[in-house]
Design a protein around this ligand. Structure first.
Ligand code: GLU
Ligand code: ZN
Length: 479
């Protein structure tokens, strides 16, 4: 066992976001690579927004992804007394002070400064040097009381980030900040810094959005006399199309949504592992992308993580998920797709037909959900079957579509009911129509879409009666 201790510290205020899942993964990969300890810490300082269900959901999702942890979950809320004790210690030592300002007063003073010239937003240090008497008077007025940490006025704060190099900001840009709210609750910065120090965290691996807060946490550690610093690695931001911060409008971002859409956990962690990290090339020099958790852990190196924003490419994830789907034994794929089929088709689902449909869907599937969707034409009540608009358009504009559908229906009515028997290419050839031109109309008639599961297998699965009926119904639409 190495002495490395890392932590994943989600706030349980919602579903596990893909950015957080990537953070969890990189902590896991690093811990497993060096044989260190991964701690799970639930940062539930925001009691109002934290929910037990989210805490459970995060753990369920981590397990689903195959990410285990060695210690925890620890709950930040259970350390409140400790956080407040530390705040008291800072107060007594003069590193922190009581502030009696209201939100409105702070804003009004900022507006006044701004009117007089360029001004820094944020707190102006108003209560820094109140005398004992003034404090007693303000408290006596029943004013709100928070505790603020006193930051330096001059000089710079610097730390070295494994991914970003030296990160430096002038102290003048960091105003005195609140560490205990007027409600008496400790603030994130304080809780985060104290918990990391108390649990001996050696490496802080987290999202780039927290880079700025690191200066505050380090100042708190210094004030507490914690002399060593953890190593920091701030992971690159995830961006979507347009290079903007990944958000709902780009696509799914909650891990639960990816599960609902039928992404395989192995494919997801593989893809997440490539967001900022790249596998070293294989021995023969070829680049490697498909890798299991263990393979990624073996190759993982914080020094290989790039500081530039990582593009979340849904198409690439779909491709990768398809690769994982194709790598499954067909029976297993069918088994995994089954709950998706049951959710869609309920009692109408016929397991044998479904297995047949999945066997032909596997080759081109991207997700379990879309594979299950592609079997719709088999389980839809006949009276609800309809051809999708775009496909109907395609069908109507097919040259000699009436002749094609009539000939296909006649053929299917009497042909041998085998995969060779339902091969429609000779039927079209007899009409001197290229299959490529004529068959999309038949797809549309049978499956409701011109780009569905392989046609001849689908016709067999559907059965002679329904197949012929649908083709004759389509014929009626065009004549
Ligand atoms: N609880 C913070 C969040 O979910 C993470 C804090 C950290 O990793 O230091 O954004
Ligand atoms: Zn104040």
């Amino acid at each position: 066992m190495s002495s490395v201790r890392v932590r994943f510290a989600p706030s349980p205020t919602g579903f596990l976001h893909v950015g957080s899942a990537r953070t969890a993964l990189f902590n896991w990969l690093y811990a497993r690579h060096v044989g260190g300890t991964l701690v799970l810490r639930i940062e539930d300082t925001d009691v109002e927004r934290s929910r037990h269900e989210w805490t459970e959901g995060i753990q369920t999702t981590l397990r689903w992804l195959g990410l285990d942890w060695d210690e925890g979950p620890y709950f930040q809320s259970q350390q409140f007394d400790r956080h407040l004790q530390v705040a008291q210690q800072l107060l007594e030592g003069g590193a922190a002070y009581e502030c009696f300002c209201t939100e409105e007063e702070i804003n009004a003073r900022y507006e006044a400064r701004k009117a007089a010239g360029p001004a820094d937003p944020g707190y102006d240090g108003h209560c820094r040097d109140l005398s004992v008497e003034e404090r007693a008077r303000l408290a006596g007025e029943g004013r709100p009381r928070s505790i603020r940490f006193r930051t330096r006025d001059e000089g710079v704060s610097t730390f070295t980030d494994v991914i970003r190099g030296e990160v430096t900001v002038p102290w003048s840009t960091i105003p005195d900040f609140v560490i205990v709210r007027t409600s008496g609750a400790p603030v994130f910065y304080l809780a985060n810094a104290v918990d990391d120090a108390d649990t001996g965290i050696t490496h802080v691996i987290r999202g780039e959005d927290l880079t700025d807060t690191t200066h505050r946490m380090l100042a708190l550690r210094d004030a507490l006399g914690v002399s060593d610093r953890p190593t920091f690695a701030h992971l690159p931001l995830l961006v979507g199309a347009g290079r903007s911060k990944l958000s709902k409008r780009h696509g799914a971002i909650a891990m639960e949504d990816f599960a609902d859409k039928g992404y395989l956990p192995g494919a997801l962690v593989n893809y997440l592992g490539l967001l900022g990290f790249s596998m070293p090339p294989a021995e023969d020099g070829t680049s490697r992308e498909i890798a299991s958790l263990d393979e990624m852990a073996e190759a993982f190196d914080l020094a290989r993580v790039s500081p530039s924003p990582a593009f979340f490419d849904y198409d690439k994830l779909n491709w990768m998920n398809g690769e994982y789907i194709r790598a499954l034994p067909t029976e297993e794929f069918v088994g995994q797709a089954l709950p998706f089929g049951e959710a869609r088709y309920g009692d109408r689902l016929d397991r044998v037909a479904f297995a047949g449909a999945m066997a032909i869907a596997q080759e081109r599937a991207t997700t379990l959900a879309s594979a299950a969707d592609s079997a719709w034409f088999l389980f839809v009540p006949e009276e609800d079957f309809a051809i999708a608009d775009e496909s109907l358009e395609r069908l109507r504009s097919t040259e000699r579509v009436g002749e094609i559908l009539a000939a296909v229906a006649d053929h299917l009515e009497s042909c041998e009911w085998t995969i060779e028997g339902v091969d429609l290419r000779p039927v079209l050839e007899k009409l001197e129509i290229k299959p490529r031109k004529g068959l999309p109309a038949v797809y549309a008639a049978v499956e409701g879409t011109h780009a569905g599961l392989p046609l001849f297998d689908s016709i067999l699965l559907l059965g002679r009666e329904r197949a012929v009926r649908r083709i004759r119904a389509a014929l009626a639409l065009v004549t």
